[in-house]
Write a protein that binds this ligand. Structure first.
Ligand code: HEM
Length: 431
């Protein structure tokens, strides 16, 4: 008994230092979001292995194997639901974790590489969600993947090649399912596993979570990882696992009719985490909606830690009271501005000849130039006139981008009906 306890402690101490600063145990510093993401990844690996015992990855058998799993295999439906909810919650938890890192100034010197590894993790878990989406081979999966892979086709120069590579042919078919299955069940989990170990090790190497920087150095009070930190991690983890298990009992993962390439649903929508981009596609030239804007956003996120003094003071949410006020204003103003732009553009599209408007200049270069000008103007106004620091302004910029994406996602998921026209959720007749 004593021996097995010693082994578990040793295992824990491979991922954690022997002691941690007492200050970083404060729940409100991290809200345990990174740990929650790790627990969800664990649930995904576990349930994924169980699903592999029944799932068959050919277009003729995939759908039937899911029906067998959910109707005949004991606990099969529950296992599938746990896998589904863990995957979807993971996207939300990882984005919240990213925001907490930004809002507590945890991407500065010493943590830059880990920020980049985190971005790679986010990319991989989105790819994992997306490749898993096709596997049940139902109408929802088939058409969502059709929409997303056709978005790839808009990427300049290599778009059509990329589209064919992912589809494993010109159309979605056996080649696509084979590609997606191997990516989902082998390559992506392998990559996730390696990057996660690296991510945890870098937290450890940085001396644990970010801490408040003080003018004069004060001695740091340290407490033993086992039990002080581990008990807290276990409490968060167990509550989360209980929540997912209950959610999986009361709410089934969707499964529509078997995929039918001849019958497209109206509207055909991307998975919810890509709906923000599908919404952008309605307002911008496709090259800008699926390539230029996401690429600029990703490049900005990757480079931001290397901009001098771009991270908030460590360990203090929003950096200061003033920073908090700026964040609230950014969220409120960003939400209203995004809604206003969507409605205005909708009116414009209805009132004018769409074809005449739909050019690379009017729907691509012009809005991009206007946005760049607006952001530069806002930056100068906030730093020069309002005397906000660079870090506070960068935080506001990241929050603004997040707000735009969230509003576009909500509109796309709930307020787009047939032909992707704006509609109230209750008036869409199940579309
Ligand atoms: C599968 C996804 C992820 C998992 C499982 C994960 C896990 C963790 C864990 C357990 C921690 C330490 C505890 C905590 O902060 O709650 C952490 C810290 C950190 N994570 Fe993540 N993470 C993920 C994604 C991300 C993303 C998307 C980013 C940002 C781009 C990111 C950036 C960081 C940084 C910079 C730290 C150090 C924070 C500090 O020192 O206070 N991680 N992560």
């Amino acid at each position: 008994m004593k021996q097995s306890r010693r082994s578990i402690t040793d295992l824990i101490l491979h991922l954690h230092p022997q002691t941690v600063p007492r200050e970083t145990l404060r729940v409100t510093l991290s809200w345990g979001l990174g740990g929650m993401a790790a627990v969800l990844v664990g649930l995904l690996f576990l349930t994924g292995i169980l699903l592999l015992l029944v799932y068959q990855s050919s277009p003729t058998n995939a759908y039937a194997s899911i029906l067998t799993l959910t109707r005949e295999v004991p606990f099969g439906l529950w296992i599938r639901n746990i896998h589904h909810w863990s995957a979807n919650l993971l996207v939300i938890v990882a984005v919240l974790h990213l925001l907490r890192v930004v809002l507590t100034g945890a991407f500065g010197p010493g943590r830059r590489l880990n920020w980049m590894i985190g971005l790679l993790l986010l990319f991989l878990l989105l790819a994992s969600n997306f490749t898993g989406y096709l596997l049940p081979w139902d109408q929802l999966a088939y058409w969502a993947v059709t929409i997303c892979t056709s978005m790839l086709g808009y990427i300049p120069l290599c778009g059509p090649w990329l589209q064919e590579l992912f589809r494993g042919g010109a159309e979605i078919g056996p080649g696509t399912l084979a590609n997606f299955f191997v990516l989902h069940a082998a390559f992506i989990p392998g990559g996730l596993f390696i990057l996660l170990l690296w991510h945890f090790w870098l937290v450890r190497k940085a001396g644990g979570l970010v801490q408040v920087e003080r003018e004069e150095p004060v001695p740091v009070e340290r407490v033993p990882t086992v039990p002080d930190l581990v008990v807290r991690e276990a409490a968060f983890g167990l509550v989360l696992v209980a929540l997912v298990l209950i959610l999986a009992v009361v709410w089934n993962a969707p499964l529509l009719d078997q995929a039918n390439p001849g019958m497209s649903p109206n509207p055909a929508k991307a998975p919810w985490y890509f709906m923000g981009f599908q919404e952008l596609l309605l307002h911008l030239h496709p090259v800008f909606a699926v390539f230029v804007w996401p690429l600029l956003g990703a490049a900005a996120l990757l480079c931001v830690p290397f901009w001098r003094e771009s991270a908030l003071p460590g360990g203090v949410w929003f950096g200061s009271e003033r920073g908090r006020t700026l964040a609230v204003w950014t969220i409120v103003a960003g939400t209203f501005a995004t809604l206003a732009m969507i409605l205005l553009d909708n009116l414009l599209l209805h009132a004018s000849n769409v074809a005449a408007l739909d050019t690379l200049v009017t729907r691509g270069l012009l809005p991009t130039g206007l946005l760049a000008g607006l952001l530069a103007g806002l930056y100068l106004w906030l730093t020069r006139k309002q005397h906000y620091s660079r870090a506070e302004t960068v935080m506001a910029g990241i929050l603004l981008a997040m707000v735009v994406l969230v509003v576009c996602t909500i509109i796309g998921v709930w307020f787009r009906g047939a032909e992707m026209h704006l509609a109230w959720p209750w008036g869409q007749g199940g579309g």
